[in-house]
Design a binder for this molecule. Sequence first.
Ligand code: AMP
Length: 174
Amino acid sequence: MTTDWKQLIADVPDFPKPGIVFKDITPLLANGPAFRKVIDAFAVALGDSGVTQLVAIESRGFIFGAALAHHLGIGLTLVRKPGKLPRAAFSETYALEYGTDTVEMHADALTVADRVIIIDDVLATGGTAAATARLVEQIGAQLAGFAFLMELSFLDGRAKLPAGVPIHTLYPLG
Ligand code: AMP
């Protein structure tokens, strides 16, 4: 492939609100060789870590999580916004700049024998990924790492994540 997949992520200023530069991955997803390259790169980054389950964060984490789980031949667990999961679920609420947000995971999604990686497209302030890590802890599964396509390093989201857990970022920014 001649085009670097990183060139296929579009910066959209002031979306969804003024001051935010939104990282639009839709051109990357639309390019088959680039999308495949990203999934291959995730697989290389995770290496032979003995992971049994990917935990993907709604909604763009589902796209990368599903493709990577298929590639690795392991299961996929969905972390969703409140009220979307049909059966008993654990919840974690976290602070936003204004207000709070909540993520949920089915209470029987994982077992204590699972070794999991949490996956999303962007690590920004880290609140969503940290709350997802607490969901994994509630169930008692082993958290083996985090995988992000991009990391907005200037926001220092990694400071919110549990110490000592590996963070695999394909494209660190700023
Ligand atoms: P945070 O909890 O601040 O780390 O935000 C992470 C979530 O918000 C991820 O699910 C991302 O998809 C989304 N997100 C945050 N900032 C951006 C951005 N600049 N561009 C695209 N998505 C973003």
